[in-house]
Design a protein around this ligand. Structure first.
Ligand code: SAH
Length: 505
């Protein structure tokens, strides 16, 4: 029969509780098959001359029954299904033939032709299961699809399925008509129920469902929206968390900073509304209030809002203020951490932030304007054997050097200045604290850039692995991508203002 003429397999979910399943084979594959059969409550019999250690232990504990020796058809006597998982083709054939003769469902691992049933790739969320089959023809495809679904479905699906299963009787009684039931479900799932479960607020979720199920409960009330404050990481989309990706896939509205790269935004749901809420220099206060208002209005309109911020929302990201605003207005929220610039830039420049030999602590510092610099504890910052990670500091490098050296930090302390960390256009400039402002100017370093100062920074010279080698005092002058690209090259002695980042601050 040609491939496209083959009818599709008939899918089924079998109740194996207390029923015997035979696995022939005693190696690693047999162990995996036995494990998933045990998980479904089957009485598992494993037949093989020898068992690998875990199977042996299970046999000793009585979790499985071991039939020792070469396969005999009588092993099938009380079996409902059988799996042949030996590496001997002849034995697998024998098992398949004997099972077929007794009309027992049989699977031969990796042999679709000999198999009468196939084990699908599975995504499990508690009682909820998605089984994927390629008909045995392209198991890799099924596996890839499984990976994709694994990343998209978080654990709240398990809690949701359990909760709904527990209330099944009441749900059917409340909406006896299947059409009404379907509509009610759609409304429930669009609402805050699942978000509550994701935030482990099980009790509130139960109460919410209870209210829905009350005979006079809401039937058409607008669902309440919520806001997720999500860290987008430093730019490389691969550094997003799974949860961030899931929320981007579900969002109705995404309010993002300018710092968030296109690569990350490209992962959002196609029909999500993308709103750039980058701030204008000199207009911080109103801009921040406008962001609060946008979040609140969209959430009140029942939308799922993602407030997407560069790096981590709670590290120099004003995430605290945004949550306070949401809290004050009674809007539900969750927070998804992101990889902050210090962590990402250090990793991508080959600079361990701590090192047994060089640095026992790390400080995250912002140097975004003179006023913020005045509030810093300079004697503490100037101490040795620690690493400073300075955010928003490009325009303040002269002051930084003067104050640190003034408080006794060695002018020979190494630094690594990382521009566009983790992005394809990343550049790293290295040198000593003494040369810092001059080198930054020479290489026209621009925002976003993160300064790592401390003994560990010297390791960038040897440990760098991403993109070009670090530019140092010895590097040829002006390997800046900005030079000659039409962009302004700052005159020597003029610090490049960190404008883009003033906006993001
Ligand atoms: N919440 C963000 C920080 C926002 S403040 C976080 O956790 O990373 C903005 C500053 O972060 C920039 O001025 C720069 O110092 C730093 N930054 C952010 N992304 C960066 C990147 N890809 N490379 C270098 N520095 C970055």
């Amino acid at each position: 029969m040609s491939l496209d003429a083959a009818p599709p397999l008939y899918p089924l979910f079998a109740d194996l509780r207390g029923r015997t399943a035979l696995v022939v084979g005693g190696g690693g594959v047999a162990r995996r098959k036995a494990a998933s059969l045990l998980q479904s409550g089957a009485r598992v019999v494993v037949g093989a001359p020898e068992l690998e250690p875990t199977l042996s232990a299970w046999a000793l504990e009585g979790r499985i029954v071991h039939r020792r020796g070469r396969f005999r058809p009588s092993w099938l006597d009380d079996a409902w299904l059988a799996i042949a998982a030996t590496d001997e083709v002849a034995v697998n054939r024998e098992v398949a033939a004997a099972a077929e003769a007794r009309r027992i469902w049989v699977n031969v691992v990796d042999d679709a032709a000999l198999s009468r049933f196939q084990v699908p790739a599975r995504v499990e969320r508690g009682p909820l299961q998605i089984a994927i089959s390629s008909g045995g023809g392209a198991p890799m495809l099924a596996r890839l699809l499984r990976e994709r679904l694994e990343t998209q479905l978080d654990d709240s699906w398990s809690a949701l399925a359990t909760l709904l299963a527990r209330q099944r009787g009441r749900i059917r009684a409340r909406w006896p008509d299947p059409g009404a039931r379907r509509r009610a479900f759609a409304r429930l799932l669009a609402g805050p129920l699942q978000g509550l479960l994701r935030r482990r607020r099980d009790r509130e979720a139960e109460l919410l469902l209870d209210a829905e199920l009350a005979p006079d409960g809401p039937t058409s009330a607008a669902p309440a929206g919520s806001v997720a404050l999500v860290g987008a990481g430093p730019g490389d989309p691969g550094l997003l968390t799974l949860r961030a990706l899931r929320l981007l896939n579900e969002a109705d509205v995404i309010l993002h900073d300018r710092l968030v790269g296109d690569g990350v935004l490209a992962l959002a749901r196609r029909d999500a509304e993308l709103v750039s809420v980058g701030k204008q220099a000199g207009d911080h206060r109103t801009a921040q209030e406008r962001i609060h208002a946008l979040m609140i209005d969209h959430a009140r309109a029942g939308r799922r809002v993602v407030r997407l911020k560069g790096g981590d929302p709670f590290v120099f990201g004003r995430g605290g203020e945004e949550l306070e605003a949401l809290h004050a207005h009674g809007i539900g929220y969750e927070v998804v951490p992101g990889i902050t610039a210090a962590v990402a830039c250090a990793a991508y420049a080959g600079v361990p932030l701590t090192h047994r030999d060089h640095a026992q602590s790390v400080r995250l510092v912002t140097a975004h304007c003179s006023a913020s610099l005045d509030t810093l504890d300079w004697p503490a910052l100037a101490q040795e054997r620690q690493t400073l990670a300075v955010y928003m500091g490009v325009a303040m490098l002269d002051t930084l050097r003067t104050r640190l050296v003034g408080e006794g930090r060695d002018p020979a302390t190494p630094f690594a200045l990382v521009e566009n960390g983790s992005r394809p256009e990343q550049r790293v400039v290295t040198g000593t604290l003494h040369e810092l402002p001059a080198l930054a100017r020479r290489h026209a370093v621009r925002s976003p850039a993160l300064l790592i100062l401390g003994e560990v920074a010297a390791l960038a010279e040897t440990l760098h692995w991403f993109g070009d080698a670090p530019l140092s005092a010895a590097s040829a002058v002006l390997r800046s991508p900005h030079a000659g690209a039409g962009g302004p090259v700052p005159a020597p002695g003029t610090p490049e203002p960190d404008r883009a980042l003033e906006r993001a601050a």
